[in-house]
Design a protein around this ligand. Structure first.
Ligand SMILES: Cc1cc2nc3c(=O)[nH]c(=O)nc-3n(C[C@H](O)[C@H](O)[C@H](O)COP(=O)(O)O)c2cc1C
Length: 273
């Protein structure tokens, strides 16, 4: 029985949960390329079995998919293999993120047969879509996997390929960050922001171990290189709550997000060709 080969980026782990639930629903052996840490990106990419379904997944950042992920997809040779794209977003919107994943997958020679948008607790604040994906989300992700499996089996029995989505079938929306008080220039100004370790830091090295860009010094978490993407991994993983973004503009954006869509009801969505 064929299984899944996944390629995903997931600094705070919500995407990883969705991918794993999907793979469980689809069944068969699972090959994972989790590119969330520098050390994992040194390894060669695993292709899985020739009949495996590829799953490309990542968080939505500013309405887009993270370039590191789409560039890594570009290193694979799809050779007409089927793929599913999944964007995980923190309750605002996925905007162009699925379209980005689709384009990267199609350019690499994959046939994208389905897309999904799922909800994850926001990287900026645990008060935004708290605890997502929850049990229901994971059940839906599993069911999404099951549905793809059923379609794949039916197509195989009929001696056909699963139909591929056309670019215009992929849901997309113009990025409008102004709605949450963010705009491109503002994002630019936010970018030098990086987390700071408060006095209660116990120098345990957890933040350094989880930083997806390897920017934090293991022995001294106050030494953080620039280029921080504000993914929230260090803040959420710190066992004593010492890592935080104390900058006023960052706090303002997080508060704005909490107020505008933090508790809004959001449901996962899936699309097929
Ligand atoms: C820099 C940045 C930008 C983000 N932009 C968006 C966005 O545009 N829309 C949205 O709904 N969520 C946004 N989020 C939230 C993440 O997409 C969400 O929390 C996701 O579940 C994180 O995935 P992970 O747990 O796999 O890291 C953003 C998060 C970060 C760090």
């Amino acid at each position: 029985m064929s299984g899944t080969a996944s390629l995903f980026f997931s600094p705070t782990g919500t995407t990883r949960k969705i991918v794993r639930a999907f793979a469980e629903g689809y069944g068969g052996p699972r090959t994972e390329n989790d590119i969330s840490l520098p050390v994992t990106r040194e390894k060669p990419l695993k292709n899985g079995g020739a009949d495996d379904l590829f799953v490309f997944a990542g968080p939505v950042y500013g309405g887009r998919s993270f370039k590191l992920l789409t560039k890594t997809i570009g290193k694979l040779d799809g050779g007409g293999r089927p793929a599913v794209c999944i964007a995980v977003y923190g309750g605002r919107h996925y905007d162009m993120a699925l379209a980005d994943l689709y384009e990267a997958a199609a350019d690499a020679g994959f046939r994208v047969i389905a897309c999904g948008a799922f909800i994850g607790e926001h990287s900026f604040s645990s008060a935004i879509q708290t605890g997502r994906p929850d049990k229901e989300d994971l059940a839906l992700a599993m069911d999404f996997g099951r549905q793809v499996r059923e379609r794949a089996e039916a197509a195989k029995a009929a001696g056909k390929d699963l139909p591929a989505m056309a670019p215009e079938d992929v849901p997309k929306r113009e990025v409008d960050l102004a709605a949450i008080g963010m705009h491109r220039e503002r994002l630019g100004r936010l970018s030098p922001n990086r987390p700071l370790a408060a006095e209660n830091c116990i120098r345990c090295g957890t933040c350094a171990a989880v930083c997806p860009l390897g920017l934090i010094d293991r022995d001294d978490p106050e030494k953080i290189e620039e280029k921080c993407i504000k993914c929230g991994a260090c803040v959420k993983a710190c066992p004593v709550g010492a890592m935080r973004f104390p900058q006023e503009d960052f706090k303002e954006v997080a508060k704005n997000c909490e107020e505008t869509f933090g508790k809004e009801e959001r449901s996962p969505q899936i699309w097929f060709a």
